[in-house]
Design a binder for this molecule. Structure first.
Ligand code: PLP
Ligand code: ZN
Length: 448
């Protein structure tokens, strides 16, 4: 049975477009496209057989199926030749039981999906492997492409730089000047991307990249390109697989451009349609209060949506006021009985640090999700008995500078409630012993 997938309009306008065509928007209404799979063909294999296949491939080494994304190849881009796949063994990230932190929050069945434990340190790898692989397939088929370009708040550019470098394809990244961390800036530089540091914000970079990719030889890699969604949706499948094919009650996810929440929903919807699961989780989308257009819309039951000008936030990857995927994100939240919560700068910084104290090392966006979770538990929207998965979107090491500033008390406007400063002492064993005794005493008080 030949599986197939194509682009079609998210509003149902007529027309199916080849995934190897350079097209990002519906020619009829101008809205986004999404990837549609031939579900009837996929149904020719039973749910049990799909589960068996995915489990057989999980973390194995037969290229490319050991990748968390390409282990689900038939559900992602079925027709691509394996020799054109550009994979870094992405996905397969750990899903850890946050036992001690969960007890503090009164959620005993709390899990963190560590998407930042990936090749470039964020979930963006999941989508980028698909996009760059399709570009390579297109180039092999004679489509003239000179370079792949994206606007980024940091993590997309790191992923694009790495995957393009692995494939030998030139990449171009547009970053808002002084708004990404050193760690994020250095990744595309190291991988040889053309890094353009523009005097604007993310939304400004997004407008420019759309302009330059009207020239079809420069291929657009932002998430309005739905190929990325196909890779990102595998996180839903992987979570369920890691629970031995059980669906959790809640997924909490931070959102900016809102592609990832839509991707998550697509993954669950596809599993339900093909009979691998018989229920859907609820979804809680978390935004920074300083970039909260979806939170505002949710207050009005999504009846209206107004873009905002995003204010500076520690959660730089979600400092987005005019999210490209807002329409499909709202549809996802409606379908998954979703809610939207927000977190202030103080809340996100403290919550990331509080969770760090139980062994994690959170990025600020994960801090937003955790702070939102705390509020939802306090309001009893999320119940103590429910199984909750928080999507941790990036590795905390990418944000080492701001995390250090938190502990040094150097973050403007933030009073660090969980601060831990280095203790400077002379090289004197007695002074060292005293410091240890004080530390042990303090830890005892905290536990009791
Ligand atoms: C991209 C990104 C997000 C936001 O994802 P969207 O799809 O834009 O909503 C959140 N956290 C991190 C670390 C990211 O890189
Ligand atoms: Zn349309």
């Amino acid at each position: 049975m030949a599986y197939n997938a194509w682009f079609q309009c998210i509003n149902g306008c007529p027309g199916e477009f080849d995934l190897r065509e350079v097209i990002y928007r519906c020619p009829t209404c101008g809205d986004l496209l999404e990837v549609q799979h031939d579900v009837e063909a996929l149904k020719s294999r039973s749910a049990a057989a799909w589960i068996q296949l995915f489990d057989d491939r999980y973390r194995r080494n037969t290229y490319p199926y050991g990748s968390g994304v390409w282990g689900k190849k038939e559900w992602v881009v079925p027709f691509i030749d394996n020799e054109n796949i550009v994979s870094m063994y992405e996905g397969n990230s750990n899903l850890l039981w946050a036992d001690r932190y969960g007890k503090q929050l009164h959620v005993e069945d709390l899990w963190i999906k560590q998407c930042g434990n990936s090749h470039t340190g964020s979930f963006k790898d999941l989508g980028m492997t698909v996009l760059v692989s399709v570009v390579r397939q297109m180039m092999a088929g004679g489509v003239p492409i000179d370079a792949v370009a994206c606007a980024s708040t940091g993590d997309t550019s790191a992923a694009l730089g790495a995957y393009c470098a692995a494939a030998g394809i030139p990449s171009v990244v547009l970053l808002p000047k002084d708004k990404v961390s050193i760690a994020q800036l250095v990744q595309p530089l190291a991988n040889g991307a053309l890094v353009l540091s523009l005097d604007t914000d993310f939304d400004g970079c997004m407008a420019i990249v759309q302009e330059i990719t009207k020239e079809k030889r420069i291929y657009l890699a932002n998430s309005m390109n739905s190929l990325r969604i196909e890779g990102q949706k595998t996180v839903a499948i992987e979570i369920v697989q890691q629970f031995d094919w059980e669906v959790p009650d809640w997924i909490v996810i931070p959102g900016g451009n809102l592609g990832n929440v839509h991707a998550l929903g697509q993954g669950f919807a596809m599993m339900q349609e093909l009979g691998l699961v018989n229920k859907l989780p609820r979804i809680a989308l978390a935004q920074a209060e300083r970039a909260n257009p979806l939170y505002r819309s949710f207050q009005e039951d999504f009846k209206t949506f107004e873009p905002v000008t995003a204010q500076p936030t520690l959660a730089t990857a979600i400092q987005i006021g005019n999210p490209v995927s807002v329409k499909r994100a709202i549809r996802t939240l409606q379908r998954f009985n979703g809610v939207v919560e927000q977190a202030t700068e103080q809340e996100l910084a403290d919550e990331a640090a509080r969770a760090d104290r139980t062994g994690m090392f959170n990025c600020p966006h994960t801090g937003v999700a955790l702070a939102a979770l705390r509020k939802l538990v306090e309001r009893k929207v999320i119940r103590s008995s429910e199984r909750v998965v928080v999507i941790s979107t990036a590795n905390g090491l990418k944000f080492a500078d701001q995390k250090a500033a938190y502990h040094m008390g150097a973050l403007e406007g933030i009073k660090p409630s969980h601060r831990n400063k280095p203790v400077e002492l002379p090289a004197d064993p007695k002074r060292v012993a005293r410091a240890i005794a004080r530390h042990v005493e303090k830890s005892r008080l905290l536990v009791s």
